[in-house]
Write a protein that binds this ligand. Structure first.
Ligand SMILES: [Mn+2]
Length: 254
């Protein structure tokens, strides 16, 4: 793992094909510069992996870009959010992605990274934790499968709109919860905590003992067009603007 890009919280909706095209052009410019793409969750406004359902109608351009970068050797690592979960066979089998429903840690260049979407941090002390437990259990998955893609997606657009109101308003953001959380992780020996969910991009340096440690948030890839990069020796950096990295962004056939 060397050159990494972190992106998330675009909350892509099927109707927004213009943004999907813009994001896709950016994504296909990554191979050769980045070898690991970390999706920090809520890239899609709604995703539940139905067996045999392709999501081509909803998210075709982005999926096409994913297929292209994977064919060029980019590894996708997907942290599920509170809008996209059970990424399913499209991600795990077709795209060969590593999918993490909750948290996972990596060792990179001798440093320990703790990574998670971050909704549970925001939810501490709120009833939201119950919602997540309700969504993420075998019974709910069974019910969703029973409903099938057509009805589930219909309901999801309604529910998504509601969820946005409740969880994506600036007022509902409590920065101190995140500060407390990352400090706990530093105390547990992690060198970096990487999250999304807040829609606020940032790389904040903490001095713990004689070491620098980092709280990294990839921010909002759609409205603010922010993401975060990591290069060995350079560390983490917030980037802004989804302009393609190279001149030629046309996927090469074959
Ligand atoms: Mn979220």
């Amino acid at each position: 793992m060397r050159h990494c890009l972190f992106i998330g919280d675009a909350h892509i909706v099927p109707e927004d094909k213009a943004f999907q095209e813009r994001l896709s052009k950016f994504l296909v410019s990554l191979p050769g510069v980045y070898d690991h793409l970390f999706v920090m969750g809520d890239l899609f406004e709604f995703w539940f992996g139905f067996e045999g359902y392709s999501y081509e109608n909803e998210y075709g351009p982005v999926l096409e870009a994913f297929r292209y970068i994977v064919s060029k050797g980019v590894q996708i690592i997907y942290f599920e959010g509170n809008h996209d979960f059970f990424m399913g066979s499209i991600f795990t089998r077709e795209l060969g992605a590593q999918v993490y429903p909750d948290a996972h840690s990596f060792e990179v260049e001798g440093e320990r990274w703790f990574m998670t979407h971050g909704d549970l941090v925001a939810a501490e002390g709120l009833r939201y934790g119950t919602y997540r437990k309700l969504i993420r259990n075998p019974l709910t998955y069974g019910l969703i499968r029973l409903l099938g893609p057509r009805w589930t997606l219909k309901m999801a657009w309604k529910f998504g709109a509601m969820s946005h109101k409740v969880y994506h308003t600036p007022e509902s953001y409590d920065a101190t919860k995140y500060t407390t959380f990352v400090k706990k992780k530093f105390a547990a020996g992690y060198d970096a905590v990487i999250m999304g969910h807040t829609h606020r991009a940032g790389v904040i340096t903490y001095h713990v003992g004689d070491k620098e440690r980092f709280y990294v948030n990839c921010g909002d890839a759609r409205n603010a067009e922010t993401y975060v990069t990591y290069h060995p020796g350079q560390g983490f950096e917030v980037q802004k603007g989804l302009e393609p990295l190279t001149g030629d962004t046309t996927p090469q056939s074959g």
